[in-house]
Design a protein around this ligand. Structure first.
Ligand SMILES: [Zn+2]
Ligand SMILES: [Zn+2]
Length: 426
Protein backbone atom coordinates (compact mmCIF):
# COMPACT_ATOMS: atom_id res chain seq x y z
CA UNK A 1 0.00 0.00 0.00
CA UNK A 2 1.68 3.18 -1.18
CA UNK A 3 0.41 6.17 0.72
CA UNK A 4 -0.07 8.90 -1.86
CA UNK A 5 0.85 11.82 0.37
CA UNK A 6 1.30 14.30 -2.46
CA UNK A 7 -2.48 14.49 -2.90
CA UNK A 8 -2.81 16.38 0.38
CA UNK A 9 -0.04 18.93 -0.01
CA UNK A 10 -0.37 22.33 -1.66
CA UNK A 11 -3.26 24.73 -2.10
CA UNK A 12 -6.51 23.40 -0.73
CA UNK A 13 -10.19 24.23 -1.11
CA UNK A 14 -10.18 25.21 2.59
CA UNK A 15 -8.06 28.23 1.64
CA UNK A 16 -4.87 27.00 3.29
CA UNK A 17 -1.68 25.88 1.64
CA UNK A 18 -0.85 22.62 3.38
CA UNK A 19 2.80 21.66 3.55
CA UNK A 20 4.45 18.35 4.30
CA UNK A 21 8.04 17.57 5.28
CA UNK A 22 7.55 13.82 4.97
CA UNK A 23 8.34 12.78 1.41
CA UNK A 24 7.36 9.15 1.35
CA UNK A 25 5.11 6.77 3.29
CA UNK A 26 5.16 3.07 2.52
CA UNK A 27 2.96 0.44 4.16
CA UNK A 28 3.58 -3.08 2.83
CA UNK A 29 4.80 -6.56 3.60
CA UNK A 30 8.60 -6.70 3.47
CA UNK A 31 8.86 -2.89 3.50
CA UNK A 32 12.14 -3.10 5.41
CA UNK A 33 13.82 -3.85 2.04
CA UNK A 34 12.91 -0.28 1.00
CA UNK A 35 15.74 1.04 3.15
CA UNK A 36 18.05 0.12 0.30
CA UNK A 37 16.59 2.73 -2.07
CA UNK A 38 15.68 5.09 0.74
CA UNK A 39 19.31 5.49 1.77
CA UNK A 40 20.01 7.02 -1.65
CA UNK A 41 17.68 9.92 -1.00
CA UNK A 42 19.57 13.22 -1.19
CA UNK A 43 18.33 14.22 2.30
CA UNK A 44 20.03 11.20 3.84
CA UNK A 45 23.46 9.81 2.99
CA UNK A 46 26.09 8.30 5.28
CA UNK A 47 26.08 7.80 8.99
CA UNK A 48 22.73 6.13 9.70
CA UNK A 49 22.14 5.08 13.29
CA UNK A 50 19.14 2.88 14.10
CA UNK A 51 17.46 3.74 17.39
CA UNK A 52 15.58 0.87 19.05
CA UNK A 53 14.85 -0.73 22.41
CA UNK A 54 15.33 -4.34 23.57
CA UNK A 55 11.94 -5.32 22.14
CA UNK A 56 12.61 -3.94 18.67
CA UNK A 57 16.30 -4.71 18.34
CA UNK A 58 15.51 -7.53 15.88
CA UNK A 59 14.01 -4.91 13.55
CA UNK A 60 17.02 -2.64 13.95
CA UNK A 61 19.31 -5.52 13.02
CA UNK A 62 17.31 -6.24 9.89
CA UNK A 63 17.33 -2.54 8.91
CA UNK A 64 21.08 -2.35 9.48
CA UNK A 65 21.52 -5.45 7.34
CA UNK A 66 19.61 -3.79 4.45
CA UNK A 67 21.54 -0.58 4.98
CA UNK A 68 24.79 -2.55 5.09
CA UNK A 69 25.89 -1.38 1.67
CA UNK A 70 25.51 2.24 2.73
CA UNK A 71 27.03 2.10 6.19
CA UNK A 72 30.64 1.65 7.20
CA UNK A 73 29.43 -0.43 10.10
CA UNK A 74 25.94 -1.25 11.27
CA UNK A 75 25.35 1.11 14.14
CA UNK A 76 22.63 0.96 16.78
CA UNK A 77 21.55 2.99 19.70
CA UNK A 78 19.61 0.47 21.77
CA UNK A 79 17.77 1.83 24.80
CA UNK A 80 16.59 -0.37 27.62
CA UNK A 81 12.83 -0.86 27.28
CA UNK A 82 12.39 -1.02 31.06
CA UNK A 83 10.83 2.20 32.39
CA UNK A 84 11.50 3.91 29.06
CA UNK A 85 9.45 7.07 28.61
CA UNK A 86 9.77 10.01 26.24
CA UNK A 87 11.35 12.30 28.84
CA UNK A 88 14.57 14.14 29.69
CA UNK A 89 16.19 10.87 30.84
CA UNK A 90 15.58 9.07 27.54
CA UNK A 91 16.86 12.10 25.60
CA UNK A 92 20.07 12.20 27.66
CA UNK A 93 20.50 8.44 27.29
CA UNK A 94 20.09 8.52 23.51
CA UNK A 95 22.34 11.56 23.21
CA UNK A 96 25.04 9.65 25.07
CA UNK A 97 24.71 6.60 22.81
CA UNK A 98 24.86 8.43 19.49
CA UNK A 99 28.23 8.74 17.79
CA UNK A 100 29.25 12.35 17.01
CA UNK A 101 29.17 11.66 13.26
CA UNK A 102 25.59 10.33 13.22
CA UNK A 103 24.23 11.60 9.89
CA UNK A 104 20.61 10.47 10.17
CA UNK A 105 18.51 8.36 12.48
CA UNK A 106 15.98 5.59 12.11
CA UNK A 107 13.36 5.27 14.84
CA UNK A 108 12.60 1.54 15.00
CA UNK A 109 10.00 1.06 17.67
CA UNK A 110 6.88 2.41 19.29
CA UNK A 111 5.72 5.92 20.07
CA UNK A 112 8.27 6.43 22.84
CA UNK A 113 11.20 5.60 20.55
CA UNK A 114 9.75 7.92 17.91
CA UNK A 115 9.14 10.85 20.26
CA UNK A 116 12.64 10.55 21.70
CA UNK A 117 14.34 10.10 18.31
CA UNK A 118 12.53 12.98 16.62
CA UNK A 119 13.40 15.29 19.52
CA UNK A 120 17.10 14.40 19.38
CA UNK A 121 17.10 14.59 15.55
CA UNK A 122 15.73 18.11 15.75
CA UNK A 123 18.30 19.12 18.39
CA UNK A 124 21.14 17.80 16.23
CA UNK A 125 19.69 19.16 13.00
CA UNK A 126 19.76 15.75 11.31
CA UNK A 127 16.95 13.91 9.47
CA UNK A 128 15.20 10.78 10.67
CA UNK A 129 13.14 7.97 9.20
CA UNK A 130 10.22 6.36 11.02
CA UNK A 131 9.90 2.57 11.24
CA UNK A 132 6.82 1.98 13.41
CA UNK A 133 6.74 -1.51 14.89
CA UNK A 134 3.11 -1.46 16.08
CA UNK A 135 -0.14 0.11 14.86
CA UNK A 136 -0.64 1.77 18.23
CA UNK A 137 -0.33 5.57 17.96
CA UNK A 138 -0.57 8.25 15.30
CA UNK A 139 2.47 10.25 16.33
CA UNK A 140 4.99 8.44 14.11
CA UNK A 141 4.66 10.94 11.31
CA UNK A 142 3.95 14.12 13.26
CA UNK A 143 6.30 17.08 13.56
CA UNK A 144 5.92 17.41 17.32
CA UNK A 145 7.12 15.27 20.20
CA UNK A 146 4.89 14.52 23.18
CA UNK A 147 7.46 14.62 25.99
CA UNK A 148 7.29 14.52 29.75
CA UNK A 149 9.69 17.22 30.86
CA UNK A 150 10.48 17.14 34.57
CA UNK A 151 7.13 15.52 35.25
CA UNK A 152 5.07 17.87 33.10
CA UNK A 153 3.66 16.69 29.78
CA UNK A 154 4.52 19.04 26.95
CA UNK A 155 4.22 19.01 23.19
CA UNK A 156 7.41 20.35 21.68
CA UNK A 157 8.41 21.14 18.10
CA UNK A 158 10.57 18.35 16.70
CA UNK A 159 11.60 16.88 13.34
CA UNK A 160 9.04 15.22 11.07
CA UNK A 161 10.34 12.02 9.48
CA UNK A 162 11.71 12.27 5.96
CA UNK A 163 9.98 8.95 5.28
CA UNK A 164 7.87 6.34 7.04
CA UNK A 165 8.53 2.68 6.33
CA UNK A 166 5.82 0.51 7.90
CA UNK A 167 6.40 -3.21 7.40
CA UNK A 168 3.18 -5.23 7.67
CA UNK A 169 5.19 -8.35 8.63
CA UNK A 170 6.39 -6.43 11.68
CA UNK A 171 3.46 -4.32 12.89
CA UNK A 172 0.76 -6.96 12.25
CA UNK A 173 2.76 -9.35 14.45
CA UNK A 174 3.06 -6.87 17.35
CA UNK A 175 1.51 -7.90 20.68
CA UNK A 176 -2.27 -7.58 20.23
CA UNK A 177 -2.60 -5.22 23.18
CA UNK A 178 -0.71 -2.60 21.11
CA UNK A 179 -3.00 -3.08 18.10
CA UNK A 180 -6.08 -2.84 20.34
CA UNK A 181 -4.75 0.41 21.75
CA UNK A 182 -4.42 1.63 18.14
CA UNK A 183 -8.21 1.28 17.86
CA UNK A 184 -8.59 3.63 20.82
CA UNK A 185 -6.26 6.15 19.19
CA UNK A 186 -8.27 5.95 15.94
CA UNK A 187 -11.68 6.32 17.60
CA UNK A 188 -10.40 9.37 19.45
CA UNK A 189 -10.57 11.01 16.01
CA UNK A 190 -14.36 11.06 16.17
CA UNK A 191 -14.27 13.45 19.11
CA UNK A 192 -11.16 15.38 18.06
CA UNK A 193 -12.63 16.08 14.61
CA UNK A 194 -15.92 17.15 16.21
CA UNK A 195 -14.09 19.51 18.58
CA UNK A 196 -12.13 20.97 15.66
CA UNK A 197 -15.27 21.67 13.63
CA UNK A 198 -17.11 23.06 16.68
CA UNK A 199 -14.23 25.39 17.55
CA UNK A 200 -14.15 26.58 13.96
CA UNK A 201 -17.91 27.24 14.02
CA UNK A 202 -17.52 29.34 17.18
CA UNK A 203 -14.28 31.22 16.54
CA UNK A 204 -13.58 30.90 12.82
CA UNK A 205 -10.45 28.86 13.55
CA UNK A 206 -9.09 27.37 10.28
CA UNK A 207 -10.76 24.06 9.51
CA UNK A 208 -10.19 21.73 6.58
CA UNK A 209 -13.22 19.66 5.62
CA UNK A 210 -11.16 17.68 3.11
CA UNK A 211 -8.65 16.48 5.69
CA UNK A 212 -11.31 15.93 8.35
CA UNK A 213 -13.56 13.86 6.10
CA UNK A 214 -10.67 11.66 4.96
CA UNK A 215 -9.75 10.88 8.56
CA UNK A 216 -13.39 10.27 9.51
CA UNK A 217 -13.86 7.86 6.59
CA UNK A 218 -10.63 6.04 7.45
CA UNK A 219 -11.76 5.69 11.09
CA UNK A 220 -15.10 4.25 9.90
CA UNK A 221 -13.22 1.74 7.73
CA UNK A 222 -11.15 0.60 10.72
CA UNK A 223 -14.32 0.28 12.78
CA UNK A 224 -15.82 -1.99 10.13
CA UNK A 225 -12.75 -4.24 10.16
CA UNK A 226 -12.10 -4.55 13.90
CA UNK A 227 -13.11 -8.17 14.28
CA UNK A 228 -11.04 -9.20 11.27
CA UNK A 229 -8.02 -7.36 12.62
CA UNK A 230 -8.47 -9.14 15.94
CA UNK A 231 -8.38 -12.46 14.08
CA UNK A 232 -5.09 -11.40 12.49
CA UNK A 233 -6.28 -10.02 9.14
CA UNK A 234 -3.22 -8.30 7.71
CA UNK A 235 -5.10 -6.10 5.21
CA UNK A 236 -7.22 -4.79 8.07
CA UNK A 237 -4.11 -4.15 10.11
CA UNK A 238 -2.65 -2.19 7.19
CA UNK A 239 -5.87 -0.15 7.16
CA UNK A 240 -5.36 0.61 10.84
CA UNK A 241 -1.76 1.68 10.25
CA UNK A 242 -2.87 3.76 7.24
CA UNK A 243 -5.42 5.58 9.41
CA UNK A 244 -2.87 6.30 12.13
CA UNK A 245 -0.38 7.62 9.57
CA UNK A 246 -3.11 9.67 7.87
CA UNK A 247 -3.93 11.26 11.21
CA UNK A 248 -0.25 12.02 11.82
CA UNK A 249 0.06 13.45 8.31
CA UNK A 250 -2.94 15.70 9.00
CA UNK A 251 -1.09 17.18 11.98
CA UNK A 252 1.78 18.11 9.66
CA UNK A 253 -0.57 19.50 7.00
CA UNK A 254 -2.31 21.72 9.56
CA UNK A 255 0.85 22.66 11.43
CA UNK A 256 -0.58 21.52 14.78
CA UNK A 257 -2.27 18.54 16.40
CA UNK A 258 -5.79 19.98 16.06
CA UNK A 259 -7.16 17.29 13.70
CA UNK A 260 -5.94 14.46 15.91
CA UNK A 261 -6.31 15.66 19.48
CA UNK A 262 -9.35 17.02 21.29
CA UNK A 263 -11.18 16.57 24.57
CA UNK A 264 -10.46 12.80 24.64
CA UNK A 265 -6.68 13.44 24.54
CA UNK A 266 -7.02 16.07 27.25
CA UNK A 267 -8.39 13.37 29.56
CA UNK A 268 -5.42 11.16 28.78
CA UNK A 269 -3.03 14.09 29.40
CA UNK A 270 -4.75 14.86 32.73
CA UNK A 271 -4.31 11.27 33.96
CA UNK A 272 -0.65 11.43 32.93
CA UNK A 273 -0.16 14.45 35.19
CA UNK A 274 -1.13 12.22 38.14
CA UNK A 275 -2.90 14.99 40.04
CA UNK A 276 -6.16 13.12 40.65
CA UNK A 277 -4.85 9.59 40.22
CA UNK A 278 -1.76 7.49 40.82
CA UNK A 279 0.56 6.47 37.99
CA UNK A 280 -1.23 4.32 35.42
CA UNK A 281 0.25 1.46 33.44
CA UNK A 282 -2.17 2.07 30.55
CA UNK A 283 -1.02 2.65 26.99
CA UNK A 284 -1.67 5.97 25.22
CA UNK A 285 -4.33 4.52 22.91
CA UNK A 286 -6.08 2.78 25.82
CA UNK A 287 -6.44 6.10 27.66
CA UNK A 288 -7.53 7.92 24.50
CA UNK A 289 -10.06 5.19 23.64
CA UNK A 290 -11.64 5.42 27.09
CA UNK A 291 -11.51 9.22 26.88
CA UNK A 292 -13.32 9.04 23.53
CA UNK A 293 -16.13 6.88 24.94
CA UNK A 294 -16.55 9.20 27.95
CA UNK A 295 -16.51 12.36 25.81
CA UNK A 296 -18.96 10.87 23.32
CA UNK A 297 -21.31 10.14 26.22
CA UNK A 298 -20.84 13.64 27.61
CA UNK A 299 -21.50 15.34 24.26
CA UNK A 300 -24.58 13.22 23.59
CA UNK A 301 -25.85 14.07 27.10
CA UNK A 302 -25.34 17.78 26.40
CA UNK A 303 -27.45 17.38 23.28
CA UNK A 304 -30.15 15.39 25.07
CA UNK A 305 -30.33 17.75 28.05
CA UNK A 306 -31.14 20.72 25.86
CA UNK A 307 -27.93 22.55 26.83
CA UNK A 308 -27.23 23.01 23.11
CA UNK A 309 -30.78 24.02 22.21
CA UNK A 310 -30.17 27.76 22.14
CA UNK A 311 -33.36 28.45 24.15
CA UNK A 312 -31.30 30.29 26.70
CA UNK A 313 -28.29 32.53 26.17
CA UNK A 314 -24.80 31.26 26.93
CA UNK A 315 -23.54 32.30 30.33
CA UNK A 316 -21.09 35.14 30.87
CA UNK A 317 -17.62 33.65 31.12
CA UNK A 318 -16.06 34.46 34.44
CA UNK A 319 -12.47 33.49 33.73
CA UNK A 320 -10.33 30.59 34.90
CA UNK A 321 -11.61 28.89 38.07
CA UNK A 322 -8.29 29.63 39.75
CA UNK A 323 -9.24 28.40 43.24
CA UNK A 324 -10.35 25.06 41.90
CA UNK A 325 -7.31 24.73 39.64
CA UNK A 326 -4.89 25.63 42.44
CA UNK A 327 -6.51 23.09 44.75
CA UNK A 328 -6.59 20.29 42.18
CA UNK A 329 -3.38 20.79 40.20
CA UNK A 330 -1.11 21.57 43.16
CA UNK A 331 2.52 21.82 41.95
CA UNK A 332 1.33 21.95 38.34
CA UNK A 333 -0.88 24.99 38.94
CA UNK A 334 1.70 27.46 37.59
CA UNK A 335 2.09 25.44 34.39
CA UNK A 336 -1.68 25.25 33.96
CA UNK A 337 -1.96 29.05 34.22
CA UNK A 338 0.86 29.55 31.69
CA UNK A 339 -0.79 27.03 29.35
CA UNK A 340 -4.10 28.92 29.60
CA UNK A 341 -2.64 32.36 28.94
CA UNK A 342 -4.30 33.61 26.84
CA UNK A 343 -7.43 31.81 27.93
CA UNK A 344 -9.08 30.22 24.84
CA UNK A 345 -12.54 30.98 26.25
CA UNK A 346 -11.81 34.69 26.76
CA UNK A 347 -12.13 35.32 23.02
CA UNK A 348 -15.46 33.49 22.72
CA UNK A 349 -18.40 35.86 22.71
CA UNK A 350 -21.81 34.75 23.97
CA UNK A 351 -23.30 35.70 20.60
CA UNK A 352 -20.84 33.68 18.54
CA UNK A 353 -21.41 30.62 20.73
CA UNK A 354 -25.18 31.07 20.53
CA UNK A 355 -25.06 31.50 16.74
CA UNK A 356 -22.99 28.33 16.38
CA UNK A 357 -25.34 26.14 18.42
CA UNK A 358 -27.39 24.82 15.44
CA UNK A 359 -24.19 23.63 13.78
CA UNK A 360 -22.87 22.23 17.07
CA UNK A 361 -26.09 20.24 17.52
CA UNK A 362 -25.71 18.81 14.04
CA UNK A 363 -22.08 17.85 14.65
CA UNK A 364 -22.87 16.13 17.96
CA UNK A 365 -25.90 14.35 16.45
CA UNK A 366 -23.60 12.96 13.75
CA UNK A 367 -21.17 11.43 16.26
CA UNK A 368 -21.25 7.64 16.76
CA UNK A 369 -23.46 6.23 19.49
CA UNK A 370 -21.11 5.79 22.47
CA UNK A 371 -22.64 2.53 23.70
CA UNK A 372 -22.47 0.87 20.28
CA UNK A 373 -18.87 1.94 19.82
CA UNK A 374 -17.95 0.89 23.37
CA UNK A 375 -19.41 -2.58 22.81
CA UNK A 376 -17.55 -2.95 19.49
CA UNK A 377 -14.33 -1.90 21.19
CA UNK A 378 -14.92 -4.32 24.07
CA UNK A 379 -15.59 -7.15 21.61
CA UNK A 380 -12.30 -6.30 19.89
CA UNK A 381 -10.40 -6.57 23.20
CA UNK A 382 -10.05 -2.84 23.87
CA UNK A 383 -10.22 -1.32 27.32
CA UNK A 384 -13.32 0.87 27.54
CA UNK A 385 -13.86 1.75 31.20
CA UNK A 386 -11.99 3.80 33.79
CA UNK A 387 -11.80 0.77 36.07
CA UNK A 388 -9.90 -1.27 33.50
CA UNK A 389 -6.98 1.18 33.63
CA UNK A 390 -7.00 1.43 37.41
CA UNK A 391 -9.18 4.52 37.83
CA UNK A 392 -12.28 4.53 40.05
CA UNK A 393 -15.60 5.57 38.53
CA UNK A 394 -15.58 8.35 41.11
CA UNK A 395 -12.86 10.06 39.04
CA UNK A 396 -15.20 10.66 36.10
CA UNK A 397 -16.46 14.01 37.39
CA UNK A 398 -12.99 15.42 38.09
CA UNK A 399 -11.70 14.04 34.79
CA UNK A 400 -14.41 15.85 32.82
CA UNK A 401 -14.10 19.03 34.86
CA UNK A 402 -10.30 19.39 34.95
CA UNK A 403 -9.11 17.89 31.65
CA UNK A 404 -10.06 20.90 29.47
CA UNK A 405 -7.52 23.04 31.35
CA UNK A 406 -4.60 20.78 30.50
CA UNK A 407 -4.38 22.26 27.01
CA UNK A 408 -5.27 25.74 25.76
CA UNK A 409 -7.43 24.28 23.04
CA UNK A 410 -11.09 25.00 22.50
CA UNK A 411 -13.29 21.90 22.71
CA UNK A 412 -17.00 21.47 23.31
CA UNK A 413 -16.10 20.24 26.79
CA UNK A 414 -14.26 23.52 27.46
CA UNK A 415 -17.13 25.51 25.95
CA UNK A 416 -19.65 23.65 28.09
CA UNK A 417 -18.70 25.97 30.96
CA UNK A 418 -20.48 28.74 29.02
CA UNK A 419 -23.51 26.71 28.01
CA UNK A 420 -26.78 28.04 29.36
CA UNK A 421 -27.43 27.33 32.97
CA UNK A 422 -30.58 28.11 34.92
CA UNK A 423 -31.17 31.83 35.13
CA UNK A 424 -29.25 32.83 32.04
CA UNK A 425 -32.35 33.91 30.14
CA UNK A 426 -32.11 35.05 26.55
ZN1 LIG B 1 -2.87 10.22 20.40
ZN1 LIG C 1 -7.38 22.05 3.43
Amino acid sequence: MIFDIEQFAGECVCGATHSLSTKEIIIESGAVARFDSLARRPELGDGAVVVCDDNTRFCAERIAEVLGGHMHTARFACLSAKDLHADEHAVALLDGLLPPDAGWLVAAGDGTIHDTTRFVAKERGIPFVAFPTAAAVDAYVSATSAMTWHGYKVTVPAAAPVAVIADTDVFSAAPYRLTASGFGEVFGKYTSLADWKIASAVTGEPYCERIASRIGEAADAVRAEMSGIRRGDRDGCERLMYTLLLSGTAMQLCGNSRPASGAEHHMSHLWELEVINPRLGALHGEKVGIGAVLILRRYKELLKSGALSGDRAPAVYEGLPTRLLRAKFGDHYGNIVVENTPDPLASVSRDSLHDALPEIREIVAGLPDPETLRKQMEDAGCKTTLREIGLGDGLLRDSLMLSPFVRARLTLQRLSGMLPSAGAAL
